[in-house]
Design a protein around this ligand. Structure first.
Ligand code: FNR
Length: 182
């Protein structure tokens, strides 16, 4: 049976390059991994008081994380860190105390930026946070992807052969990692 991957995109923008990148990866992964995009834009800003009557968006987030075999975090770099949307989702998923949805799940971090370092510093910061909530992280390969529109075709699929080979390598390695850890 194909393993499922809950995909969290750190950008809330409709034009998000990271979302486009994640969707391209999902197309490439077709037949190897089943990508499910988890909505995080409708989560309220974390507030402990809301647990008295938890928002449906929070319960849905926790259900979708717990149902997934693996986790893929696709984040832009904002001021040398990951985004507040990702931090908010991770905080919600980590609670209530003792009922974290993250612990022990195999995960990977990727990201893209128009800039040359491809969100590397933001990704590195996110890996530190994911270690704290006990996500089991794949260390390699790292994907610091400088986004260039010409690497994709009109349907959003990866068009460049070298890029395709590199990303296929990432997908194969991640699929194997989920099998081993999960
Ligand atoms: C950025 N951007 C950015 N890029 C980068 O490479 N390093 C950085 O530290 C930052 N910092 C930063 C802060 C804030 C508040 C914004 C809004 C943007 C640029 C960023 O990479 C670019 O806007 C991407 O297109 C954002 O990703 P999405 O939303 O297109 O997925």
């Amino acid at each position: 049976l194909m393993k499922s991957v809950a995909v969290l995109v750190g950008s809330l923008s409709k034009q998000s390059l990271n979302r486009k990148f994640a969707e391209s990866l999902g197309k490439l992964a077709n037949g190897r991994l089943d990508f499910h995009f988890v909505e995080i834009g409708d989560l309220p800003l974390y507030n402990d008081d809301l647990w008295d009557n938890p928002p449906e968006a929070v319960l849905r987030l926790k259900r979708e994380i717990e149902a997934a075999d693996g986790l893929l975090f696709v984040t832009p770099e904002f001021n040398r860190s990951f985004t507040p949307a990702i931090k908010n989702a991770i905080d919600w998923g980590s609670r209530p105390w003792g009922k974290s949805s993250w612990a022990g799940k195999p995960g990977a971090v990727i990201g893209t930026s128009p800039g040359a370092i491809g969100a590397a510093v933001g990704q590195q910061a996110l890996k530190g946070l994911l270690g704290v909530v006990d996500v089991v992280l794949m260390g390699q390969p790292e994907v610091f992807f400088q986004y260039k529109p010409e690497l994709f075709d009109d349907s959003g699929a990866v068009a460049n052969e070298d890029t395709k080979a590199f990303l296929n390598g990432f997908i194969d390695k991640f699929a194997g990692f989920i099998e081993r850890v999960g």
